[in-house]
Design a protein around this ligand. Structure first.
Ligand SMILES: Cc1cc2nc3c(=O)[nH]c(=O)nc-3n(C[C@H](O)[C@H](O)[C@H](O)COP(=O)(O)OP(=O)(O)OC[C@H]3O[C@@H](n4cnc5c(N)ncnc54)[C@H](O)[C@@H]3O)c2cc1C
Length: 467
């Protein structure tokens, strides 16, 4: 992966806006650009999927029409404050403001102009969001979000060329990109010219060397994100004079069903469930810093734990989350009429599990907080039959990346925009601060959609004579 400095030439095929990567960022950039021109998306994989396809498809946004219809009052200023609070004030306030203020309009554009069918998830609140803000497909499946985005691209005549892994960018001496080379599965190399380029290649989670360099604490954990996301866009941006920030920022999660590798919804804990280790003991506040839980779980015996919950939470998750339904089909969820029987089923010490749950239920009864700081309340009481599911930790996606301006243009050390290079989603610096703890749920797709839209619109304005 490199940048070749050479004079612009007459390419056989040239497009006004070229987008690398067909995840949420790339497809939203393409949809936005398609109002002005016909963009081209190059995608490394045979079928576009990306981390977007692996996700719940949950996108946070403030002040959207869907929130208004659901009677949820929200404001961009509140999302801004929540972003800064989650990142402990250690993120770029200008970027946080941009994301907070553009997220609502981007959501209305997505559900309105682009016809993407989403609904507001009301059971997913808290965890840093003061209001319900997660907009998602009815199935709560990123695969469905990808299908809808691809259909919208098809309707607008956007070409998405798959099996096209971009390997080289061609730029003049002023860092103006004028074309790229991409490789086909048979090894053949082809070229396409462009007026402007959007990097939508996500982060570097699948690049073990980069993970070991920037976030060694999670380097030995499993990576459960998209395998093509090797940091190509970030490295090209750097070669072209861009700068990166917050490269130690990432989202991990401690709720990957084991050994089935399915993401188990946090609603099981929000609604009153708890996590216990193989000794039957709790070890953290299940609702604080859900990304950071990964490191806590990795320290537990065998690096796993069980979520213990009940029939009410089981039914709620079953009716809402596609991955959870798959977990049921795969018999990942164990259940029993008593805690002792459940403990026997999952081979945990029964007396300890019973005592742990008894203590938690007492805290709920008394509306008290536990030794880890979690506040319990009466309505979260568990009742038989009880359930348990084994989960482990993994790195999901990285949050550091290229620094951009308010039009998603990649900027250099002095803050000046590069001539025609844009970035969004996982390829750009996010608003999660420098570490594991600042990730606000559903901000990954929020930045993908919001910055993808901004990048596509601005890139389309740079075509032809305006380049
Ligand atoms: C299991 C899981 C669950 C998640 N759940 C949520 C959620 O519910 N809400 C949320 O906000 N976030 C969630 N996230 C994070 C979210 O998925 C990402 O933040 C978001 O998908 C990033 O979008 P993207 O378009 O930047 O990247 P992607 O969707 O990963 O797209 C990048 C694309 O670029 C392609 N590509 C890479 N390099 C090249 C190259 N050299 N040439 C051509 N193509 C290339 C890749 O193949 C890929 O298709 C989750 C992540 C995971 C892993």
């Amino acid at each position: 992966m490199s940048v070749k400095i050479c004079e612009p030439k007459d390419y056989d095929i040239s497009v006004p806006v070229l987008i690398i990567g067909a995840g949420a960022t790339g497809l939203c950039a393409a949809l936005a650009a398609s109002s002005e021109c016909t963009p081209l998306v190059l995608e490394a994989d045979a079928v576009p999927f990306g981390s977007t396809g692996m996700s719940y498809g949950g996108i946070c946004a403030a002040g959207s029409l869907l929130q208004k219809e659901a009677g949820v009052e929200d404001q961009p200023g509140w999302l801004y404050e929540d972003i800064l609070a989650a990142a402990r004030q250690q993120t770029d306030p200008a970027l946080a403001e941009l994301i907070a203020h553009e997220s609502g309009p981007a959501m209305d554009w997505l559900t309105g102009d682009c016809g993407i069918e989403l609904s507001l998830e009301k059971s997913w609140s808290g965890l840093g969001h003061r209001q319900p803000r997660m907009h998602a497909p009815a199935s709560r499946s990123g695969e469905d979000l990808m299908s809808m985005l691809l259909n919208a691209c098809e309707d607008r005549g956007v070409d998405v060329l798959c099996d096209a892994r971009v390997i080289t960018l061609m730029s003049d001496k002023e860092h103006r990109v004028h074309g790229v080379q991409y490789q086909r599965p048979d090894g053949e190399i082809e070229e396409v010219g462009c007026d402007s380029l959007v990097l939508a290649t996500c982060g570097f989670g699948a690049n073990h060397e980069m993970v070991a360099e920037h976030i060694p604490e999670i380097a030995e954990a499993e990576y459960y994100g998209h395998e093509s996301n090797k940091g190509d866009g970030i490295n090209w941006g750097l070669e072209l004079g861009g700068v990166v920030e917050d490269m130690g920022s990432y989202q991990a999660l401690g709720s990957l069903a084991k050994p089935h590798n399915l993401v188990i919804p946090h609603t099981l804990m929000i609604g009153g469930g708890v996590q216990v280790n193989l000794k039957g003991k709790r070890f953290e506040d299940e609702l604080d810093n859900i990304s950071g839980q990964a490191l806590d779980i990795l320290k537990q015996p065998e690096g796993v734990c069980y979520i213990v919950y009940d029939e009410r939470l089981h039914q709620q998750a079953e009716s809402t989350f596609a991955d959870y339904r798959t977990a049921i089909e795969m018999k990942a969820c164990k259940s029993a009429d008593s805690l002792a029987a459940l403990a026997e089923l999952i081979k945990l010490p029964a007396a300890t599990l019973e005592s742990t749950v008894e203590q938690v239920e007492q805290l709920k009864h008394d509306n008290q907080s536990c030794e880890f700081g979690r506040v319990f309340s009466t309505e979260l009481k568990l009742a038989p039959p009880y359930y348990a599911i084994k989960v482990g930790a993994a790195l999901f996606h990285t949050q550091g990346g290229l620094v951009i301006d308010n039009q998603a243009r990649v900027v250099d050390q002095e803050g000046n925009a590069l001539p025609n290079l844009f970035a969004g989603g996982g390829a750009a610096r996010s608003v999660s601060g420098p570490g594991i703890w600042g990730y606000l749920p559903a901000i990954g797709l929020c930045t993908a959609v919001t910055l993808g839209k901004l990048a596509g619109s601005a890139a389309a304005k740079l075509t032809g004579e305006n380049v």
